[in-house]
Design a protein around this ligand. Structure first.
Ligand code: GLN
Ligand code: ZN
Length: 750
């Protein structure tokens, strides 16, 4: 190997102390003005760039920072503004209105980003568009002028942008794509005029299955895009292997292609089979952007050697395999906090930069790799008894024994609910007082008794409130939970928690994924006390809330060397015990949230069947021993399941609550196509937005829904949990919702 260079992209935007969140929230609350907001966020972006420079990275991306979301940045840059926001003249106001909605208009739809827990703002394609501002250039110049650092301006490519957009007919895809191309050309031309040498065009959607026809269109678009330009284009793909490998690698008219060698071995298999063109540079993604496990340096060095031999080049660029924003920023905070042995196994975003540089130095200087022994640490953590339990499961007998119809009859009788029952998804506002009490308890400022008493008093208040609003099925409010996954992880064996391992989920919202570092089991009851306490305060049925195995798994960092299915089954067995304990404590309705069921779906079609098979089984495993009278709910906070509706049906719950308000009823079409004889609660308003939904808007959704969903199966609820909202929004919104339910009932009887 003669020459090895390093490249990085997608470095976290939130800052190691969640500075982005703080700036956004203070700005929205009017606590800082626009100038301070811009200053703070610019500083944050600069610090990201400097960090990559300090880590000696050769190709650093710019324009991969965003005030809210990079896809939203693209929409705004192209003037792709839905009509309902057209009258807003102030740029920043417009930007945040699209992201979060305003008093007049619902926000743009938010959707899961590939198979991750990041959410992006979906572009809504409009009739006309044009380049409003060359954002990549602007960003590049500000870094160059202020920091004197040369970067590679970066943006999403037209294929990915359009594939992930909505509001256009499929048959118009090609013509819209070709209309977008001149805008990209203009960006590139202006960059070229500024003597920018490289540009990075991110095309993660190249890893979705591509037909021959699609590959042709894509190449045609890129031919037009690059015609007579001589700026060096890097097309970056990630999350999976490049589809249509042979054709795209040979025909795409670009300087360089970035491939992911971490997600699986397919890219490398393709290289071995079809080669890699001599006239292109390969950017080899060889350190992970998706998992937190340290790179095995010796193994990776061997891989680099092998790769360079296979492509017949002595020069290689190595990089992260996927954007680094899926990882927490820095391990520094975890020293003295996490188990030192576990710490030995971990690597966050900053460490990935170090790993890249280390690989480069070792190759350039011909040094020896450091000694690493992960296997013995992993072995010392293992719990064989859990493995045995999973091995003992008979997969063919997983699931409830009675049919849904039989169960429904029994449940209707025992619960005696009105038509269109109203309920919420589980959590109620986590007020500053709730957060403070939790922090005080964690830091030892208040005792366990004081904390428990506080949670009880919050529960009492929310029970009273729900009675006043006249909801039909009540919940306990989830005040004891910081997060729906973390809470369970903390009670289960096999999990570890970082102190500061925050990852952006959307906009200002961050999550701190737990680490499933070894076999999982339940040691004690996790929710029974809080839930039975709440039930004791009301005569109405109370819905007990649990987080499902697939969601716990997908929202955690998990081991790469254990099959996901096995971890999901371990979790399911632990949850099954909890479900049975709730049932014997008199809880008649249990909701097992599977908010992350869809996002774990593999990006390539051929891999989906296997995933769905074990994901469905693990959900069923959690409740396959309950009585037929016990009503099992699930919840998913999105509506994009056209393709997997059959598998969702197979989960065999009694009731499911799902999102429907942001996508304004598109989900209804799904139920038009399939007879879905399970009860369904369609989210009738968007809880991600501070806006209070007017009654007529809710009514419209209900009205449209009951045209396709059997009346006896229809439930009314918000989109998702209310924990991120305030009571000032929650109370009027729920009141409107209940009023609509009553109106709809009356109308149905007429
Ligand atoms: N029960 C959870 C809550 O209400 C569900 C949250 C979610 O689906 N993301 O907070
Ligand atoms: Zn949800």
């Amino acid at each position: 190997m003669k020459k090895l260079l390093t490249s990085s992209f997608g470095y976290p935007k939130i800052g190691e102390n969640r500075q982005l969140k703080k700036s956004l929230e203070e700005f929205w609350a009017g606590k800082i003005n626009r100038d301070s907001f811009f200053k703070q966020t610019q500083e944050l972006n600069f610090s990201r760039i400097k960090k990559q420079k300090d880590a000696n990275i050769d190709f650093i991306s710019s324009n991969d920072f965003s005030l809210y979301d990079q896809m939203l940045d693209m929409s705004v840059m192209f003037g792709i503004i839905p009509d309902r926001f057209k009258e807003i003249s102030d740029e920043l106001e417009l930007y945040f209105a699209m992201a979060r909605g305003n008093a007049k208009s619902v926000a743009c739809e938010m959707s899961k980003w590939f198979d991750s827990n990041y959410h992006y703002i979906k572009p809504e394609i409009t009739e006309n568009f044009n380049l409003k501002e060359n954002k990549p250039l602007k960003n590049y110049l500000s870094i160059k002028n202020d920091l004197k650092i040369e970067t590679i301006p970066s943006m999403f490519g037209p294929w990915t942008f359009l594939k992930l957009a909505k509001n256009y007919k499929k048959e118009n895809f090609e013509s819209i794509l070709m209309d977008l191309v001149p805008l990209y050309r203009q960006i590139l031309k202006e960059l070229q005029d500024e003597k920018v040498e490289f540009v990075r065009i991110e095309e993660p959607a190249f890893v979705f299955d591509l037909t021959d026809a699609e590959a042709k269109v894509l190449i045609k678009a890129y031919n037009r895009l690059t015609e007579n330009l001589n700026i060096k284009i890097i097309v970056q793909t990630y999350y999976e292997s490049l589809s249509q490998y042979e054709r795209i690698t040979s025909e795409l008219p670009v300087y360089s292609l970035g491939l992911d060698f971490i997600s699986n071995t397919q890219n490398f298999e393709n290289i071995k089979k079809f080669g890699f063109p001599k006239n292109k540079k390969l950017i080899a993604g060889i350190v992970s952007g998706r998992d937190i496990w340290k790179t095995d340096i010796a193994k990776t060095l061997n891989f680099i050697e092998e790769l360079s031999k296979t492509i017949g080049s002595e020069e290689l660029i190595i990089s992260n395999a996927a954007p680094l924003f899926h990882l927490p920023v820095s391990l520094e905070f975890e020293k003295g906090h996490l188990n030192p042995q576990l710490l030995e196994l971990l690597s966050f975003a900053d460490d990935r930069l170090q790993e890249l540089d280390m690989l480069k130095q070792i190759v350039v200087k011909g040094e020896k790799p450091p000694a690493q022994d992960f296997a013995s640490i992993i072995k010392s953590f293992a719990d064989e008894s859990v493995k045995k339990k999973v091995a003992g499961i008979d997969e063919n007998s997983i699931g409830r024994k009675e049919e849904f119809v039989q169960r429904k009859a029994l449940q209707d009788k025992s619960l005696n609910l009105p038509l269109f029952p109203t309920t919420t998804i589980g959590s109620f506002p986590q007020t500053p007082q709730v957060r403070k009490a939790r922090a005080d308890f964690k830091n030892g400022r208040i005792s366990k008794t004081q904390y428990d008493d506080f949670i009880k008093s919050e529960t009492q208040k929310v029970m009273k409130l729900q009675e006043e609003i006249d909801l039909d099925i009540l919940v306990h409010g989830e005040f004891e939970r910081n997060d729906m996954v973390e809470y369970f992880g903390e009670k289960l064996k096999g999990f570890a928690f970082t102190k500061n391992g925050w990852v952006q989920s959307y906009g200002s919202r961050c999550v701190k994924p737990p680490i499933i570092f070894t076999d999982v089991s339940r040691e004690e009851k996790m929710t029974v006390d809080n839930i039975t306490y709440a039930q004791s305060l009301t005569k109405k049925p109370l819905k007990g809330m649990l987080t499902g195995p697939v969601t716990i798994l997908n929202w955690s960092f998990f081991r790469k060397d254990i099959p996901k299915k096995e971890i999901a089954f371990q979790l399911a067995i632990a949850l099954r015990d909890e479900v049975l304990d709730l049932e014997s404590a008199g809880i008649k309705i249990i909701q097992i949230d599977e908010a992350a069921f869809r996002e774990g779906l593999p990006l390539k079609k051929e891999k989906q069947k296997d995933y769905l098979d074990w994901a469905v089984k693990s959900f069923r495993l959690t409740n396959d021993k309950v009585k037929p009278q016990t009503q099992i709910h699930s919840h998913m906070c999105y509506s994009e399941f056209d393709e997997i509706i059959g598998d969702i049906y197979k989960m065999d719950f009694d009731v499911i609550s799902i999102e429907a308000s942001r996508s304004r009823g598109e989900i209804i079409e799904v139920f038009e196509k399939m007879k879905f004889d399970r009860s369904i609660g369609l989210g009738v308003y968007d809880i991600h937005s501070p806006r209070i939904p007017p009654q007529d808007e809710i009514f419209e959704i209900v009205d449209r829904s009951i045209k396709v969903i059997d009346k006896g199966f229809f439930w009314i609820n918000p989109d998702c949990g209310l924990k991120t909202r305030g009571y000032e929004e929650t109370i009027p919104a729920l009141k409107n919702m209940v009023a609509v339910a009553k109106k709809a009932r009356a109308a149905a009887v007429d």
